[in-house]
Write a protein that binds this ligand. Structure first.
Ligand SMILES: [Zn+2]
Length: 461
């Protein structure tokens, strides 16, 4: 019997990490000789939910378990969440969902909704009851939404992989010690089969988080092999407690789909076609605002300072430019609905230029108007002409039509990076997985002292 376990909202601002709990559980369940039917999944949900902790991610584990094993799995899962979840801390409302068999379409629907809207706890409970799932939750039960959404998203379409290595408890809260040069070198050697390791424009390392959580590094890539190879290229200056490869919707634009809303609703992703309406403005802090005329009225768009070169592209737009924008709609007090831009397609650039007075044919000085309907007079030699008129002088736009995304450092987890466009997604269907147990090391590379889960796709490589 197939068993899906969804876990969400176990971390708080002070620490913890739901993926870490998943890593512990993968080990515990593997020791019980249970067979996994997929990599552990990290499912990112609607990034615009206001109460999310950091990236709004939930996890799902999928395995084969008999009726008697199920009882044990349930017990171990609850125990692990209770031991490692930050239960009782502010804003932490953990939940674990158990679902047997193939996730029914109602759960898949709820998952899709959770990517682009706000799903209520009530909706999650009703769905769970209708499909005979079971759940354990703490606090407000908010974690039920993510847990159930994770279970229902089996990543049928585009997906990527993330290898996450975790720190020893004694290092928590201290700076993460990974040799930076080795990260930059790894990026050069493995890109584009890995992505968002390093932002060369801002000289920023992207694989290391900064918070008190136990994640040492997270490496993203197209295949399990790619992220493992990248991992092996790094030089670590602190001990790794364990590592796991997850399958995920990172970097897939899963929140921008044909079904994504075409009119802005607060706290939801939106895709809008429009024409630039006014010259963009820059406010203190470096944020750039731009107004679009769209089929649903005038919409304010914002490119924030951290988006780097992207906001400079937005600043170069002029009235008349045709664009499609992708972003998250936000409603702030006493401000119009604003779309925080995550992506921009410039479809058509309008002509920029100025109407200038003609030059004097005798001395080449720019002439001045001699009065309404009177033509132009040269201020230097006095030449007067009623036959000349203003000339439209085209100005270089210094901008090309095309797709623009923020600098890598400002990418959201779901943002599809430029390097992934045009890649042929491999291993998308029919993958299966084996969790091969603690310490397995396919490359004979001396990593065997760490606990790691090595998994692979059918067809080999
Ligand atoms: Zn003149």
């Amino acid at each position: 019997m197939r068993l899906h376990i969804g876990i969400d909202d176990t971390d708080s601002a002070k620490g913890g990490c739901t993926t870490y709990i998943a890593a512990l559980l993968v080990e515990k369940l593997s020791r019980m000789r249970l067979r996994f039917i997929d990599y552990p999944n990290i499912i990112r949900l609607n990034p615009n939910v206001p109460y999310k902790t950091r990236g709004n991610a939930a996890v799902a584990l999928r395995l084969e378990a008999s009726e008697s094993e199920y009882v044990k799995v349930r017990e171990v899962s609850i125990q692990t969440v209770e031991e490692y979840g930050r239960i009782g801390e502010e804003g932490t409302d953990p939940a674990i969902v158990f679902l047997r068999g193939k996730p029914p379409s109602a759960v898949a629907r709820l998952s899709r909704k959770a990517l682009t809207e706000i799903v209520s706890v009530h909706d999650a409970i009703v769905t769970l009851r209708n499909v005979s799932g079971s759940a354990v939750f703490y606090g407000s039960g908010l974690g039920l939404v993510g847990s159930l959404a994770a279970v229902g998203n089996t990543l049928e379409g585009d997906h990527t992989y993330e290898l996450i290595a975790y720190r020893r408890p004694r290092n928590l809260g201290k700076p993460r010690r990974v040799d930076e040069e080795s990260i930059i070198r790894m990026d050069r050697l493995t890109s584009p089969s890995t992505f968002n390791n390093y932002d060369p424009l801002n000289k920023r390392i992207l694989i290391k988080p900064h918070g008190p959580d136990p994640v040492l590094i997270g490496l993203r890539g197209e295949t399990p092999r790619a992220v493992y190879r990248a991992f092996r290229l790094l030089r670590f200056r602190e001990a790794i407690e364990r590592w796991v490869i997850f399958r995920t919707n990172h970097g897939t634009d899963a929140h921008f789909r044909p079904t994504t809303q075409r009119t802005p609703h607060a706290n939801s992703p939106v895709v809008l076609k429009g024409v630039v309406h006014k010259m963009p403005t820059r406010i203190s802090g470096g944020h750039v605002f731009c107004e679009l005329e769209t089929s649903s009225g005038t919409v304010q768009c914002a490119a924030f300072e951290p988006t780097g070169k992207f906001k400079e592209v937005v600043a170069r737009l002029i009235p008349g430019d045709h664009v499609t924008v992708f972003g998250g709609a936000k409603q702030h007090d006493q401000l119009p609905m604003t779309v925080n831009l995550e992506k921009l397609i410039i479809e058509h650039l309008s002509e920029d230029g100025v109407a200038l007075n003609p030059r004097c044919p005798r001395c080449d000085k720019r002439m001045k108007s001699a009065g309404r309907g009177q033509g132009f007079r040269c201020p230097r030699c006095g030449y007067l002409s009623s036959k000349t008129s203003k000339r439209f002088v085209k100005r270089e736009r210094n901008l090309l039509p095309g797709l623009y995304v923020p600098d890598k450092k400002a990418h959201r987890h779901l943002t599809k990076p430029l390097s992934r466009y045009g890649l042929k997604r491999g291993g998308g269907t029919g993958i299966y997985l084996r969790a091969l147990g603690i310490g397995l090391d396919p490359y004979g590379s001396g990593l065997s002292k760490q606990r790691g889960y090595w998994t692979f796709t059918a067809g080999g490589w």
